[in-house]
Design a protein around this ligand. Structure first.
Ligand SMILES: Cc1cc2nc3c(=O)[nH]c(=O)nc-3n(C[C@H](O)[C@H](O)[C@H](O)COP(=O)(O)OP(=O)(O)OC[C@H]3O[C@@H](n4cnc5c(N)ncnc54)[C@H](O)[C@@H]3O)c2cc1C
Ligand code: SF4
Ligand code: SF4
Ligand code: SF4
Length: 389
């Protein structure tokens, strides 16, 4: 029976929970807000299925050779709005359009009413807009794997997209390859804590005394290549952008201090991809394909299976694309896992006793700009005195 003794060895993929014939496993949150399997010993019959389904030990044995059959630099150029609203080149929407036009069903990550990120399904293009754009926090999978298996058995086409560890979990749970399943994995370097994200949402709504109506973690007003660009919309029609409070989540994300422990020893940060198709940001595209460097962003697309190749023939009609060499400008998430943050343990100790604002001041420089601005007149006077002397 599954026991998580080292948190680096559990991505929270839910494969063990989903396979248990006695429903003896639930996913429960730890103090950091990440979900882990929890066993009810009274229900367990010791069948061992949960141990065998975990994809990580298997992954550790693989040689991780490059799986990519083809690779492209691409963006969704038929529709500027879609492209603008997507995190990079909008390739994901091109794939969903193809699946939905083939009467398939799409699974991806979306915000729920409480602004938690969770996996859910959609069978029409209007509803599938909820998947568009990266949500930089770990998504809850709920009962997605069992639902998908039932749909696959009915013969309907299914697209599942997620982080590579989620795709690996689904494939391991399903045990065999289904012709009617298409999987898309994202280039991924970490997922931050859902607990922190919840506190961030509360902080914003309380400070601005308004309810959030939409979050776009990659607003392209300043271009795709610039960092720190989330935009938060409120129910009264206003929005905040390019201010300290919107930059804050991006700072938290890239600090790597509050990410899932398994991300520090990620088994998927290499060229051995788990999905039929891999999509990511094509950072550095201007160096290799200057024509594709446009303010709205470009994606890198790796095609990893025959199924992926067949699908690409269909959805590439929405794209402007060119063959590329994935080795050119290899994204770091294809090479190594993020390094553990040296202050991570202290951060979580502090988190239990400090307010969210205090935490952000201590670890993410919140208020630093305001402090500098406030002190600027005094500093100027001091400087004048020094110069006169
Ligand atoms: C947590 C996270 C980390 C990432 N890290 C990198 C990286 O290091 N390098 C890199 O090149 N690209 C990274 N990406 C991927 C990148 O941000 C874009 O999602 C990707 O380029 C696809 O963009 P798109 O324009 O084709 O489509 P988009 O419309 O932007 O893609 C949306 C897709 O992302 C999925 N998705 C969104 N949020 C989540 C989530 N929290 N969990 C699972 N799936 C989610 C949606 O279901 C949908 O499939 C990351 C994405 C996420 C969510
Ligand atoms: S050993 Fe079998 S019954 Fe027990 S938790 Fe694992 S899958 Fe469930
Ligand atoms: S199957 Fe997934 S959720 Fe279960 S222990 Fe392994 S990684 Fe964790
Ligand atoms: S970095 Fe690795 S372990 Fe972490 S969410 Fe991404 S794929 Fe999963």
């Amino acid at each position: 029976m599954i026991e998580v003794d080292d948190k680096r060895n559990c991505t929270g993929c839910t494969a063990c929970k989903s396979i248990c014939p006695r429903d003896a496993i639930t996913m429960s949150s730890d103090d950091e807000g990440f979900l882990y399997p929890q066993l009810n010993h009274e229900l367990c019959i010791n069948c061992g299925l949960c141990d065998r389904v975990c994809p990580l030990p298997q992954r550790d044995k693989q040689d991780n050779a490059c799986s990519s059959l083809e690779s492209y630099v691409a963006h969704y150029n038929n529709n500027d709005d879609i492209w603008y609203e997507s995190s990079s080149g909008g390739v994901f929407t091109a794939i969903t359009d193809f699946i939905l036009e083939s009467d398939g069903i799409v699974y991806g990550a979306a915000y729920n009413k409480e602004w938690e990120v969770e996996h859910c399904s959609s069978s029409n293009k209007t509803d599938a807009i909820k998947f568009r754009g990266s949500k930089y926090v770990q998504s809850k999978l709920n009962d997605t794997f069992r639902e998908i298996k039932n749909i696959l058995l009915s013969g309907q086409l299914v697209l599942f997209s997620g982080t590579p560890c989620q795709v690996a979990g689904l494939k391991s749970y399903l045990k065999k390859d289904y012709l009617n399943l298409m999987t898309v994995d994202l280039l991924c370097h970490c997922v931050p804590s859902p607990r922190l994200f919840k506190d961030y949402i509360n902080y914003i709504q309380k400070k601005y005394k308004k309810r959030i109506s939409k979050i776009n973690m990659k607003d392209k007003t300043l271009g795709w290549n610039s960092f720190q660009t989330p935009r938060i919309y409120f129910e009264d029609g206003t929005s905040i952008f390019n201010v300290e409070d919107t930059k804050l989540w991006e700072t938290i994300f890239y600090s790597h201090i509050a990410v899932r422990p398994s991300c520090y020893s990620c088994r998927f940060s290499n060229l051995d991809r788990v999905g039929d198709i891999t999509i990511g940001d094509y950072w550095g595209v201007e160096n290799f394909h200057p024509d594709y460097y446009v303010p709205n962003g470009a994606s890198i697309v790796l095609i990893n299976s025959r199924k992926g190749q067949e699908a690409f023939k269909c959805f590439s009609k929405y794209l402007r694309y060119e063959i590329t060499d994935p080795i050119k400008g290899l994204p770091s998430s294809l090479v190594y896992a993020v390094s553990p943050h040296l202050k991570r343990s202290q951060f979580w100790l502090d988190y239990e006793v400090m307010s969210f604002t205090q935490i952000c001041k201590k670890y993410f420089g919140l208020g630093l700009l305001n402090d500098i601005k406030r002190r600027l007149p005094a500093l100027k006077s001091l400087l004048k005195i020094i110069i006169r002397k």
